[in-house]
Design a protein around this ligand. Structure first.
Ligand code: E4P
Length: 215
């Protein structure tokens, strides 16, 4: 199980990377827009911080346009992975990019059948959106388990990135369900770090030490 950081914010990416537990970064058009900066500039900065797969998403809806964007983005840095939406046009683009040796992350996956199609088209990664399914009373973690079972049974090498993660238990449950990666917002990474008993334990150790040290 690996962790990616799900943000385009440079300060968050630096802070997460400093912890030594982040293996990659995912962005999407909403996350990039939130930063209010030039897309390519942000992507270049991210590539200079994290040495791992960096997902950058196309905005075209036709395969031809996706391919033009994908080739431009892939030329920025060897770690760039092209995020492609899960549509028929997206699948066509994934097939061509796979032949060109350009890695893809098929995003907006909400069913096992979509994940299967993406894998058969040659996607490097699929991103099932756990939180957005839970938001509408579906079971996002069950989707991860279903995709993992299908990929495992049929020897499909596409890796599963659990996306749209809302809290630490999503990460734990996604890991148990067979996700290869969870991409997590910075806030969730902070929540994963914390436990009140850890803080209490540190205070007690220091207080006990002081009692002896003070003598
Ligand atoms: C990452 O690949 C996804 O774009 C992201 O996790 C979506 O998260 P959201 O549902 O919180 O917008």
């Amino acid at each position: 199980m690996r962790l990616f950081i799900d943000t385009a914010n440079i300060e968050e990416i630096k802070a997460a990377n400093d912890l030594g537990v982040i293996a990659g970064v995912t962005t999407n058009p909403s996350l990039i827009a939130r930063e209010g900066r030039n897309f390519e500039e942000v992507v270049r900065e991210i590539c200079a911080i994290v040495d791992g797969p960096i997902s950058a998403e196309v905005i075209s809806t036709e395969a031809e346009g996706m391919l033009v964007e994908a080739r431009q983005l892939a030329a920025i840095h060897p770690n760039i992975v092209i995020k492609i939406p899960m549509t028929g046009e997206g699948l066509k683009a994934v097939k061509v990019l796979a032949k060109e040796g350009i890695r893809t992350n098929v995003t907006l996956i909400f069913s096992a059948s979509q994940a299967l199609l993406a894998a058969l088209a040659g996607a490097t990664y699929v991103s099932p959106f756990v939180g957005r399914l839970d938001d509408i009373s579906h079971d996002g973690i069950q989707l991860i388990a279903d995709i993992a079972a299908i990929f495992d049974l049929h020897g499909l090498e596409t890796e599963i990135i659990a996306a749209s993660i809302r809290h630490p238990m999503h990460v734990v449950e996604a890991a148990k369900a067979g996700a290869h990666i969870a991409t997590i917002p910075y806030g969730v990474l902070q929540q994963m770090l914390k436990h009140p008993l850890t803080d209490i334990g540190i205070q007690k150790f220091l207080a006990d030490w002081q009692k002896v040290a003070g003598k």
